[in-house]
Ligand binder design. Sequence first.
Ligand code: NAG
Ligand code: NAG
Ligand code: NAG
Ligand code: NAG
Length: 354
Amino acid sequence: MAGSKGREGEMLESIYSVLALVFILVACVELGDAATVVDVYRLIQYDLAGVPFGSRLASLNHHAGSLPFAPGADLSRTVVIIPFREVNITFLRDYIMQRQPLGGLLLLLPQNISSESREEAEEGDRNNGKELIRSELAELEKLLVHVNIPYPVYFAFEDDKITAVLADVKTNDATGQPATATTGGYKLVVSTPEPKKLASPTITNIQGWLPGLKADGDVNQLPTIAIVASYDTFGAAPALSVGSDSNGSGVVALLEIARLFSLLYSNPKTRGRYNLLFGLTSGGPYNYNGTFKWLQSFDQRLRESIDYAICLNSIGSWDDELWIHVSKPPENAYIKQVFEVSHYQRKSHKNYLK
Ligand SMILES: *[C@@H]1O[C@H](CO)[C@@H](O)[C@H](O)[C@H]1NC(C)=O
Ligand SMILES: *[C@@H]1O[C@H](CO)[C@@H](O)[C@H](O)[C@H]1NC(C)=O
Ligand SMILES: *[C@@H]1O[C@H](CO)[C@@H](O)[C@H](O)[C@H]1NC(C)=O
Ligand SMILES: *[C@@H]1O[C@H](CO)[C@@H](O)[C@H](O)[C@H]1NC(C)=O
């Protein structure tokens, strides 16, 4: 039994088709037809109450550039390649907020975040380095999903190919020559149609049911406990969002609870006097659209039989703490007991009553 803490779920009003994986063609103009193909992942694009967020464009065909660039340089036809370790979030935020023109942005993510070492790691403190990378990635993600970016933004994993390309681009940039077809340089190309708003995204919910045991037979008269988890996730690059805690952790817990109770319920001696309803719902970030659809699909009798619902969300976030949100002060004696015990055991002021 737990609720999520602070991180607000994004409520998307409309979502766009997102190209999970496209190819970027890095053509070395100097060498004529030499080209390298790198997998890239596009930044999300969505609307929230009519306001556009994320990257609004997908197709790309500009020369590559690198950091640092001269103040006032015209970058409207340049795709800047920035390895994650060179990202200065303050600078990037200012650049986006000031609506400075840019042809596009390609952010290079560390291949293996846990082995990536930034300052701390270099000083021998690996764990701190890891944590630093994670928190900086989270900060970068937060920035990118909350702004409206009028050019294509892509992510790619750092590898030998792209690192070699970047080294060449840096060498070219250092000469002060603009990278054009005539001076030589690399061109980054993503040929793709512009994304369209999804009229009605597919929402798929999964449900399970364990009937309780009633002495005189009619299980329809038993109260029901609903156990629910949302299984989808949200992130700057949808194709890269593994969602291990949003909401993989809730899904794992739900499946395990279902497994244990199906064992107990297979024997009349250990079958409870409650029906158990399990629900894995989709569309969490999409204004809980899946949960909404699921609730609507219930007939009135089922809806009225639900004594209480337990939503498992983000239960992997905290070391050994369990957070509980209740929608209203609990009236049900058992819930009250669980809630009060957890309240009593909590170490700080972290549980709260919504
Ligand atoms: C898990 O999903 C729910 C929606 O069902 C959402 O409110 C919550 O914020 C998600 N957890 C995280 C960490 O985003
Ligand atoms: C990051 O950018 C800001 C704003 O441009 C600048 O003031 C700051 O010195 C930069 N930080 C580093 C570490 O380069
Ligand atoms: C990632 O880094 C960790 C820690 O340095 C290492 O144990 C692991 O093998 C690496 N994984 C890959 C796929 O390189
Ligand atoms: C769910 O999505 C449908 C369209 O797909 C929309 O009509 C409905 O209003 C949405 N419900 C919520 C609660 O957002």
